[in-house]
Design a protein around this ligand. Structure first.
Ligand code: ATP
Length: 260
């Protein structure tokens, strides 16, 4: 096989980065996700949208191992992950943020970053006190700068404002270099200026990572996403380019509440 053909073969042979296959999830006796299929290729930025209660957060919980499946499977880069626990799934390559930010609230902002950096370096020289580890200090300084959190580095995370808390959580999700990042409503509860700042941070820091984000703000969806997937009643209702989804009659009906 010649070189270009070989490259094309490899590109098509590579499994999707995320492959959600026929997932059913039942909570409190109610079906929440029903035969849900979703494949995401490396490098895509996918917005997951849909009306309240469509099952978006539940799908994130299922992917991260925080909710059990009734049927189906979840694969990351060809590896089945739905039987792993949440920590194993994170180590397998999924970083995430939550609707309500999850950080170590009593630790300082810098110590939050330090803790995640330490957890992401299993081969670190464990006998070296972290205060004397110059490389670790440099990395913390790098992340404080990148997240624009230098001026609150020594404050307990529970005392910083909400927009900064979300920036910190974004950093914690990025530190272990997971190829797939799940962001649950990264701009929720923010004013326009704060939301614009958060979108800037996501664009600057996520690089070519694959993103799956839940977002209600159309500005954020159209700025970040290369593809939009619409969930309705636990199923994929539409999947396509942002412009096509914007004009999809079925999607409009779901948002206006006129869909069956
Ligand atoms: N632990 C639970 N037990 C029973 N039902 C649940 C549970 N958690 C969620 N649900 C229900 O599952 C459905 C989907 O919830 P989910 O939070 O996934 O929706 P969503 O699309 O993320 O909504 P929103 O945009 O409002 O966050 C809702 O009807 C919700 O009430």
């Amino acid at each position: 096989m010649n070189a270009p053909l070989n490259a094309a073969f490899n590109a098509t042979a590579r499994p999707p980065l995320l492959d959600v296959r026929g997932v059913h999830c039942v909570l409190g006796g109610q079906p929440i996700l029903t035969d849900l299929n979703l494949q995401i290729k490396a490098g895509e930025r996918v917005a997951l949208i849909g009306p309240n209660g469509a099952g978006k957060s539940t799908l994130f919980q299922v992917i991260s191992g925080l909710r059990p499946l009734r049927a189906g499977s979840v694969w990351l880069a060809g590896r089945r992950i739905d039987r792993l626990n949440p920590a194993q799934i994170a180590r397998a390559g999924i970083g995430r943020s939550f609707q309500s930010p999850q950080v170590f609230s009593r630790l300082s902002v810098a110590d939050n970053l330090r803790a995640c950096l330490l957890a992401a370096q299993p081969a670190r020289r464990w006998w070296l006190p972290y205060q004397r580890d110059a490389e670790l200090r440099q990395q913390v300084a790098h992340w404080l700068q990148a997240l624009q959190l230098r001026d609150c580095a020594d404050m307990p995370a529970q005392n910083i404002d909400y927009a900064r808390l979300r920036a910190l959580e974004l950093g914690l999700g990025l530190i272990n270099r997971a190829p797939l990042l799940l962001l649950d409503e990264p701009t929720a509860g923010m004013n326009r200026a704060q939301a614009a700042h958060m979108l800037d941070l996501i664009e600057q820091l996520c690089g070519d990572r694959t993103l799956l984000l839940i977002e209600h703000d159309p500005d954020a969806v159209f700025r970040l996403a290369t593809r939009v997937v619409v969930l309705h009643q636990g199923r994929v209702l539409a999947d396509g380019a942002p412009e096509a989804i914007r004009h999809d009659a079925q999607v409009q009906a779901v948002y206006l509440g006129t869909a069956p």
